[in-house]
Design a protein around this ligand. Structure first.
Ligand SMILES: Cc1cc2nc3c(=O)[nH]c(=O)nc-3n(C[C@H](O)[C@H](O)[C@H](O)COP(=O)(O)OP(=O)(O)OC[C@H]3O[C@@H](n4cnc5c(N)ncnc54)[C@H](O)[C@@H]3O)c2cc1C
Length: 517
């Protein structure tokens, strides 16, 4: 039998789940072996250590309100998920065993798609695949922007400050208007939505008064039940490109060249500069690339050999140009002229890498076509996978500093350095993929130690994580302790005021209720 929520005895739990069944229907309360579908099979801790006590799947706002009332009555800790595919950060699993997953997958309606003003209003169960297919069926000229793995959710990803690869890559910037339900059942519409009969809920982000939307991201202050998302009109011209950089040390020059092109919005999308091993690991396993070397990093000469076979550089930049044909061609001249300063670079665009699955999936992502190719990376080494996302200024010096620091930490713990830099508006996110043998307790322990070193050493250098795997939420939160934890003191006061029973996702982003459940 699954672990009971802390402080809830078996009789109370049976009564509570009985009430939940009456709200959502018996088939939508999961309390049997199928709870395994909420385990995180890529976790740095044993898979069953975060087994939920139950899961409940409401069909709408009114059911959410009634579930919250039951949770408050019995002090059930809920863990909210949307599409529940947050792998590399915990998947659908709750932070602790004994939580009840509030699974919003049935709330998967696309409530509005506005072609003229280019937005959609969606519920939390809507995945990128679903929104994409919906627009294609309607013969829409609108693009979505999706994370690399297409089964993720429009809302869940934006709430986690996630990103994609078109010019609309920053999903929280492109969000407009929310409906949220507070722990006491109060429904709040944010931004322009607060005005009855508002004509611009999904068109203008702010409304009047403090802008609350950010408060409901990476937090546990409410359940988000609707969100507006801006969509990009298909441009008349689109030119995706890849630039291979032959030497490891070309990274610094590439980032220096990229910054002014990003600032001037000549390259407007979420540009990726990935190392060769990242590109290889998406498509091949470690055992194929370097048989017998499961422990310890793949040697550089082996990486170079495989990279050469696959026509990859030591670093590989993917970007795209958007607009009218003449503008795109002019911008392409500027991009080529700028990167040609690096000896030996090669430029590729449409048609140049036919049959290369690495190019094909990234080219799709840069025009918002969801796919699952990148998920192949979890097969690199036994399924264990944790992501890191330290953020740094977009400079060559910072790129080199991070590269040295992270490669050293990952190698020191016996893992491969699989990394990419993703250019945002002014900063870059250093996405690090830590892959390990999930079933091997020693590998999990080393992954754990490695994760702690990545987070703390990055923070010492001034590079903060932008999101965290469940296992490291408290640690990441502790690195944001400026002004005697001023930021967290505000969060704590909000938490205790908005959710006095402490029922919503206790511990999310390191925010624990006063009365820890
Ligand atoms: C190989 C690989 C590549 C990846 N690439 C990317 C990438 O390119 N970009 C990127 O951003 N991420 C990436 N990820 C991370 C992750 O897969 C995505 O961010 C994914 O979209 C998150 O899962 P989800 O959308 O199903 O979110 P969910 O699991 O549904 O939600 C994530 C979290 O958001 C909160 N939440 C969700 N819904 C609600 C709600 N309605 N109310 C309140 N809180 C809620 C909860 O805390 C929940 O745990 C990658 C992961 C892997 C394994």
């Amino acid at each position: 039998m699954a672990q009971l929520p802390q402080g809830v005895d078996a009789t109370a739990f049976r009564d509570a789940t009985e009430k939940l069944r009456k709200i959502v229907g018996a088939e939508w309360v999961v309390a049997d072996a199928s709870l395994k579908s909420y385990w995180d099979h890529h976790s740095p801790v044993a898979e069953d250590s975060r087994a939920p006590s139950a899961a409940v799947c409401p069909d709408g706002v009114e059911q959410v309100q009634r579930i919250l009332a039951v949770a408050n009555e019995y002090r059930l800790p809920l863990w909210t998920i949307g599409t529940g595919k947050n792998f590399a950060y915990g998947g659908p699993s709750p932070l602790r065993a004994g939580y009840v997953v509030l699974d919003l997958k049935r709330m998967n309606r696309i409530l509005e798609g506005n072609e003229d003003s280019a937005y959609a209003l969606v519920e939390p169960g809507v995945s990128y695949f679903q929104l994409y297919e919906h627009l294609r069926e309607k013969k829409s000229r609108l693009w979505i922007d999706c994370a690399a793995v297409g089964w993720g959710g429009v809302i869940g990803n934006a709430l986690e400050h996630g990103a994609g690869y078109t010019p609309y890559a920053d999903h929280f910037i492109m969000q407009c208007g929310m409906e949220v339900v507070l722990a006491d059942g109060t429904v709040v519409l944010t931004g322009m939505g607060a005005m009855p009969k508002s004509t611009a809920w999904q068109l203008f982000k702010y409304g009047y008064g403090p802008h609350l939307d950010g408060m409901f991201t990476q937090s546990n202050f409410a359940v988000v039940t609707k969100m507006g998302i801006w969509l990009m009109p298909e441009p008349p011209a689109y030119k995706p490109f890849m630039i291979t950089l032959p030497r490891d040390e070309d990274l610094a020059a590439a980032i220096e060249i990229l910054r002014p092109l990003k600032l001037a919005m000549i390259i407007p999308n979420g540009v990726v500069v990935a190392n060769a091993l990242y590109e290889i690991a998406v498509h091949q396993t470690k055992a194929e690339v370097h048989p017998g070397a499961m422990r310890g990093p793949v040697p550089d000469d082996v990486v170079r050999k495989v990279a050469k076979e696959r026509e990859l550089g030591a670093w590989n930049a993917y970007g795209a140009l958007y607009g009218i044909p003449i503008g795109v061609e002019k911008y392409w001249e500027i991009v080529k002229g700028s990167f040609s300063r690096i000896p030996g670079v090669k430029f590729y665009s449409k048609g140049d890498r036919a049959g290369d699955p690495g190019w094909e999936y990234r080219e799709k992502l840069m025009r918002g076509v969801p796919n699952m190719t990148e998920f192949g990376i979890v097969n690199w080494q036994g399924g264990g996978h944790v992501n890191f996302t330290p953020v740094a200024p977009m400079t060559g010096d910072d790129a080199v500093k991070m590269q040295r620091m992270m490669r050293d930490i990952m190698h020191r713990h016996g893992f491969d350095y699989i990394a990419e830099f993703v250019a945002t508006w002014r900063a870059m996110v250093n996405v690090l993929m830590l892959m390990f043998e999930q079933k091997d307790a020693d590998a999990r322990k080393r992954a754990h130690d490695c994760a702690k070193a990545i987070i703390t050493e990055a923070a010492k250098a001034g590079y903060g994580e932008l999101k965290a795997n469940l296992e490291f939420m408290d640690l990441v939160a502790s690195t944001y302790g400026a002004c005697d934890n001023g930021y967290w003191k505000v969060c704590q006061r909000l938490k205790d005021e908005l959710d006095p029973g402490g029922i919503l996702s206790p511990g999310k982003s390191g925010i624990w209720p006063k009365k820890t459940v």
